[in-house]
Design a protein around this ligand. Structure first.
Ligand code: IPD
Length: 271
């Protein structure tokens, strides 16, 4: 199937899921359970939204696989998998901060971000109706506006990042930020990885990096950033993966990668 048809499916399913999430937000959000730590929560709306996405995708593309944050993986027979975060930015959602997203990507190959090839993706922020989309080789868009990153000096770069739900990892992330903050314009922690990647694509941040992301956090956003001209990479030339992901215009990415590589210990780079 052509990538623009996959993107059309991703966008329309994300819009329907976004309406449901926004409706549930307006009614009041309840925590259903906690996951990796007490801070890492899932709401009833996350589960309901993922169930809607799963059923809409199964109807549109019955032979494809599914890999979602809340309901796990289903292998398909087509070689294509939908990677889904029903509500990225769950903590923002919980607190009523209007900065959360539905993220849906179609990827080819195993659902492993270091080897898959993202074909199409959509990231929708239901709180402001922004719709980011991309197709592999076809560019990235905010609504109908084509996106293109622009380079920035490291010292003038606004750098977005995020933190893990694990207290140990947050300690390490805070130490890295202490080393970085005096070398850049400023830091942003906006709370939604998929939208951080879209922010790089549309110039609301110059760069984004985070350690310990899950595949559904970045599947669609990384495609949108790279189709807008960002380099999306891991540390030391490794592909972006759970261990580390950096997205920035190519020259800034190189400077930031070197700077960050000097801040992480050898063990941290591998962990
Ligand atoms: C989280 C957000 C956050 C990032 C975390 C993610 P979730 O996703 O994207 O910005 O810093 O690493 O886990 O839990 O809200 O879907």
């Amino acid at each position: 199937m052509p990538t623009d048809e996959l993107m059309t499916i991703a966008r329309s399913v994300a819009l329907a899921a976004g309406s449901l999430a926004a409706r549930r937000r307006a009614e009041g959000v309840e925590i259903a359970a906690s996951k990796s730590s007490p801070e890492d929560v899932v709401t009833h709306a996350d589960r309901e939204t993922e169930a809607l996405i799963r059923s809409m995708l199964a109807e549109a593309r019955p032979s494809d696989g599914f890999f979602g944050e809340e309901s796990g993986a289903d292998v398909g027979s087509s070689g294509l998998t939908w990677v889904v975060d029903p509500i990225d930015g769950t903590v923002n959602y919980l607190y009523g901060i209007p900065h959360y997203a539905v993220s849906i990507a179609a990827v080819e190959g195993e659902p492993d971000p270091s080897t898959w090839r993202a074909l199409a993706g959509a990231v929708v922020n239901p709180a402001n109706d922004e719709v980011f989309t991309a197709t592999s080789g076809g560019g990235a868009f905010l609504g109908n506006r084509r996106l293109q990153v622009t380079e920035a000096e490291l010292s003038l770069a606004l750098v977005a990042t995020g933190f893990s739900y694990s207290a140990d990892q947050r300690r390490e992330q805070a130490r890295i930020l202490t080393g970085l903050i005096s070398q850049v314009r400023d830091i942003r922690r906006m709370g939604t990885a998929s939208l951080d990647l879209c922010a790089v694509a549309c110039g609301r941040a110059n760069a984004y990096f985070e350690k310990g992301l899950s595949p559904w956090d970045h599947a669609a956003g990384a495609l949108i950033a790279s189709e807008a001209g960002a380099r999306v990479t891991g540390l030391g030339g490794a592909p972006a993966n759970k261990n580390f992901l950096l997205a920035a215009p190519p020259l800034l990415a190189e400077r930031l990668e070197t700077t960050l590589a000097n801040l992480y210990t050898r063990e941290e780079k591998l962990a």
